[in-house]
Design a protein around this ligand. Structure first.
Ligand SMILES: *Cc1c(COP(=O)(O)O)cnc(C)c1O
Length: 223
């Protein structure tokens, strides 16, 4: 299977209003270029250094999405160009992103990551924390970020009923915040959920942005 064919098939299967992030982590720039030539403009990476190296050599109309866990001391490296940060999981991180955005005289778009999975290891706010964070004074002082929505990852399991429950739970939190949070820097438009294995289910549950890697680029080799 070719990258182009995979992309075409996935794109055809996505309903209108669902955005595709091509997750290219660990893949060589040649693979990204093939996807670019096939029309893909949004790429997701989970390491800031790797993303920055790719940003430097690839066409400048690509939108780079940081989908991985972000260390505060590395925000500065992507602040000049990153288009959306999916995994914002603390107010402290949001403050650092705001600071670096200010230095670069821009607004940086963020999604707040909400913990929906059973596993303890996955990062994110819970419902109470995310609501508090968006309504607090610390958040109100941040003027160089925009919270565009939420991101979540379901438990790594074959149990579709459980995955559906988790996605539906996140959609509910999303809708509640959308209807209740009023701030200039919040605009709940994006619900980022769904990967290669579960994106169809995620879309059924209300996802507006899917992050797909291996179904486009093939399995990853970690060294
Ligand atoms: C790697 C990754 C993906 C893509 O995973 P695939 O199963 O290859 O589609 C999606 N989201 C996040 C946060 C990831 O780290």
């Amino acid at each position: 299977m070719s990258i182009q064919k995979n992309l075409d098939e996935i794109r055809k299967s996505l309903p209108e209003g669902v955005t595709l992030v091509a997750v290219s982590k660990t893949k060589p720039v040649n693979d990204l270029q093939l996807a670019y030539d096939a029309g893909q403009r949004i790429f997701g990476e989970n390491k800031i250094q790797e993303m920055t190296e790719k940003w430097e050599v690839l066409p400048k109309d690509i939108e780079w999405h940081m989908i991985g866990h972000v260390q505060r001391n590395k925000v500065k490296y992507m602040a000049p160009y990153v288009s959306l940060i999916h995994g914002v999981d603390s107010l402290k991180l949001l403050e650092e992103i705001n600071k670096q955005a200010e230095k670069n005289k821009r607004i940086i778009n963020c999604l707040l990551q909400v913990h929906i999975a059973e596993e303890e290891t996955k990062f994110g706010f819970n419902e109470h924390e995310v609501t508090e964070a968006l309504q607090g004074e610390v958040f109100a002082a941040l003027k160089n970020i925009k919270v565009c929505g939420l991101m979540g990852m379901a438990t790594f399991t074959q149990d579709e009923i459980q995955i559906e429950k988790e996605f539906t739970g996140l959609k509910k939190i999303f809708d509640t915040l959308k209807n209740n949070v009023v701030a200039d820097t919040v605009s709940m438009e994006i619900l980022s959920m769904g990967m290669s294995g579960d994106y169809r289910l995620a879309i059924k549950c209300g996802s507006t942005m899917v992050r797909i890697g291996s179904s486009i680029f093939g399995a990853r080799n970690y060294h």
